[in-house]
Design a protein around this ligand. Sequence first.
Ligand code: ADA
Length: 551
Amino acid sequence: MERTFHTHRIRKGRECAPVWTLTTPDPGGLDHPVKVMVPGVWEAHPALRSYRGRGIYETTGIGGGNVRVSCGGVSFRARVYMDGEFLTEHYGAYTGFEAVVRDLPRGEHRLRVEVDNRFGEDSALHVPNDYYAYGGINRPVIVEELPEAYIVGCRVTPRRTPYGWSADAEVTVRSLSDEPFDGALTVSVAGQERSCPVRLAPGGTGGFSLEVTCGRVAAWSPERPRLYTVKTVLSAGGTDIDDLIDRIGFREIRVEGKRILLNGRPLRLKGFNRHEELGSFGLSVPLEAMMRDVYLMRDMGANCVRTCHYPNDPRFLDLCDEIGLLVWEESHARGFSEEQMRHPLFMQQLRKCTEEMVEQHYNHPCVFIWGCLNECADDTPYGAACYREILSLLRRSDSTRPATAALLERPGSLVFGDVDVLSVNMYPGWYRDESTSDALKRKKQEIAEHGGQGKPLIISEIGAGAVFGYHDPFGESKWSEERQSAILEEQLRAVLSDPDVSGVFIWQFADCRVDDKWALMRPRTYNNKGVVDEYRRPKNAYWTVKSLFRG
Ligand code: ADA
């Protein structure tokens, strides 16, 4: 399933059967095809653990008519073919894409997805980094049969009114017919519905706005994550021909002075940075494991998570909606220098990823802030201009959520005045021999002097490393669980007691694999700053965080 709930009652579709054939023709690959799981990364196959190259995925299925093929995520270049005919291509592992084939003859068809995870000149965002660029079809592939016109999407904005809540729905409908389409659209939320006529030119696409007055519905909050189903139905000639089901929560996020307000109440964020990764399964985290991650974070007292450094699987966001974990979701860009940001494709690829993220995840009530450009060149005029462009793209695409960027600890940022919420990454006691309160004091002063005064401040990364199972009872040796725990304790005590700080995201929830180029700075070729390891075995820090977050 591409979501954790059924998104259609009327539209017929299903996920492709999970076992596909994979051919790996490049050096380091296998000389014969193998059976692999979709979703999944090829690194899960023991012989392909470090394969970087092309992977040709193939499967067959029965269908016909107007067919929509939707891929939730392919890492990190994809070219999709049906019966040998090219359908579409996509760059970037962390957002979905689709193709529609018209009038496919009914019968058996062959779907082929050519995947490529080699670094190269055409890839500005996926580079050797402090996390691993996996290969494979990492999220579900769905094949659906579409009628003569179908619902492309329904974006819903909850709005507080003097009479309770309303849901503003913007629905996109597309015709696949050579005739004019004449029909009607109905959107229902919380027992209320609105309808409107739909007229489309042959092959045309139209946007329709409907305001559903919902009245005194229950609000969504981390403590009471109440969700409501939004049902959109398209009909023609008195028959329902297509539908789309999603969920929303009624809540409002606002920035007021130094506070971030959720339904009028200031947020006090306690959370984790989480890479979408689990041991040998890599980027393709099984659903049950996602749910366990949510509960592990909740067990430690967290109320939020940051999807560093890219958009996450919508099913993870579904679980956060459901369990009440607030999400900082960010588009894909980590640690780029000005030179890397000047790559001719950098802004184009980042813009696209950012637009896809907002479009695909807009309805999730758990997402309370959008992030971009983690630790890039915010201290040069060129870099700062890129920040400004992406921040304003975020605001244009979504005026209901604040936008931020996790900035490097170094002085000299030129974008304090441009973000809605200030976010700073810092590692006192780990990379720097300095107390956390001194680091905070220094940063707050710099922010106040350089255009950021009066805004909310989040510590978007703080933490220390430990290799699971390595103990130094004296607590002195770096990489020991004892030292990590002691550093985190000092950091968290300072941050949580600082009234100017709206929240903290620990770096990081779980250890994650890094690129081989980082090996000399990263024991085991892992970023070991997780409070649990890559298999979620808790380190000492788990209990330290739990007592401080819950205290
Ligand atoms: C940065 C970065 C993370 C990670 C971290 C670390 O702040 O944003 O991706 O690399 O440092 O472990 O040093």
